[in-house]
Design a protein around this ligand. Structure first.
Ligand SMILES: Nc1ncnc2c1ncn2[C@@H]1O[C@H](COP(=O)(O)OP(=O)(O)O)[C@@H](O)[C@H]1O
Ligand SMILES: [Mg+2]
Length: 391
């Protein structure tokens, strides 16, 4: 009698890889796959269970490129899109060109195809595709491809830092920072972390109704221990995609830091979290200055009075920024904001349909590059701002 033995595909892949292969775990990224074959879908699903993808959020669906183009016409793209196509090269390229119209900056694309064809591969690379895998694909191959996007020496850090600062104290900078981060996590399904840099008086913990035992202080006071794993353990989970690096908000220590005290914390966060919102206190010191300079985006919150506008202009000039139109004008609504603050809730949680909740959604989209900025109406403040900028 004879025995038939089929080698499961994964064993082949594992054997290919060799026992010593080290695959660095992927950061907290979102991965969406559009498959054409059940086998590929199953392999990607299984890859999602791998410990190295434990932090990644995976979603697998069928329909290939057509379904992807359809889906992203109306919704933001994730950090990684995996596309399977059983078509010929020309059809794949045409589909990708169509998808490119809807792909947000920073989204990486991995294509899985049937063709082993150098010309196709070159064309894919030319279009910015990060990797091309030839089906049938094994689980390990997928894990390696996704992790490799973020661990290669030339890989760009995943995280984008948005620093939010008030032109004066008490103008609502922290409130706006928290609401934007909430919307990024909730509406754009992008992992985000609120970092409360107001160590003595920060309110992020109160605003999200959290009282974590540790946070930013543990990091900044133990510079030798900082790495991604250490900083990761200090994060407090607020919602599915939102984490908090809380301020102690106690006065038993003073918080005088050197200019580069937070640099390695930011680097660690950048390596693992796609969206980092910094709640920067209203003060001018070596480290606040450096924080603003090193951020990808700085959002200045100002109330409509002369002192605020003067200070906002000074921050603009310092950052050599030129975009003088406000991104959003947030109305003064003491009842709504007071209720949110006292309940430890965000505006969208109190009243999701409220116009102000929509403003935060738009800000979240614009700041993460998830959509074309909508054309702003000329604002009430424009004449005043123009005057200040002309000075
Ligand atoms: N648009 C708004 N309308 C009314 N009150 C607001 C608004 N934005 C913020 N607030 C309230 O103003 C106070 C100060 O806000 P906060 O975010 O702590 O300011 P900052 O960080 O600039 O010092 C808080 O009580 C907050 O609830
Ligand atoms: Mg504040």
């Amino acid at each position: 009698m004879q025995q038939a033995s089929a080698v499961p595909r994964d064993d082949v892949a594992a054997a290919d890889a060799g026992p010593e292969e080290h695959i660095a775990p992927a950061p907290r990224v979102s991965v969406q796959a559009f498959c054409e074959s059940v086998d590929t879908a199953a392999a990607i699903q299984a890859a999602g269970e791998d410990r190295r993808l434990a932090k990644a959020h995976m979603r697998v669906q069928m329909g290939g490129l057509t379904a992807a183009v359809e889906a992203y016409q109306s919704s933001p793209t994730p950090n990684v899109i995996m596309l399977e196509s059983e078509s010929r090269g020309d059809d794949i390229l045409a589909g990708l060109d169509q998808l490119a119209n809807y792909c947000d900056a920073g989204t990486r694309v991995v294509v899985i195809g049937r063709m082993n064809d150098v010309t196709l591969y070159r064309e894919l690379v030319r279009r910015g595709v990060s990797d091309y895998l030839i089906a049938p694909v094994g689980v390990l191959q997928i894990v390696r491809a996704i992790c490799g996007l973020f661990s290669a020496p030339d890989a760009k850090a995943v995280g984008r830092i948005i620093a939010v600062v008030g032109a004066k104290g008490g103008v609502g900078a922290s409130t706006i920072a928290h609401n934007i981060a909430f919307s990024v996590a909730h509406d754009l399904v992008l992992d985000s972390v609120v970092t409360d840099l107001d160590l003595a008086f920060g309110t992020a913990g109160l605003d999200f109704n959290q009282d974590p035992p540790q946070g930013i202080a543990e990091a900044v006071f133990s510079p030798d221990r900082i790495d991604t794993a250490f900083v990761d353990r200090l994060l407090a989970k607020c919602t599915d995609h939102l984490n908090l690096l809380a301020a102690p908000a106690t006065l038993d220590r003073v918080y005088d830091f050197g200019a580069d005290a937070f640099d390695s914390i930011f680097d660690s966060l950048r390596a693992t979290v796609p969206c980092i919102v910094l709640d920067v206190p209203h003060l001018w010191s070596g480290w606040t200055k450096q924080t603003l300079v090193s951020a990808d985006d700085v959002l200045i919150v100002a109330a409509p009075d002369l002192a605020n506008l003067r200070n906002a202009k000074n921050i603009y000039d310092f950052l050599k920024a030129v975009d003088e139109e406000p991104m959003a004008i947030i109305p003064f609504e003491p009842q709504l904001f007071g209720a949110a603050a006292n309940n430890g809730q965000m505006i969208a949680e109190i009243s999701s349909g409220h116009r102000t909740a929509d403003l935060f959604r738009q800000l979240a989209q614009q700041l993460t590059g998830r959509s074309e900025p909508k054309k702003q109406r000329s604002s009430l403040l424009s004449p005043l701002i123009e005057k200040l900028l002309q000075r």
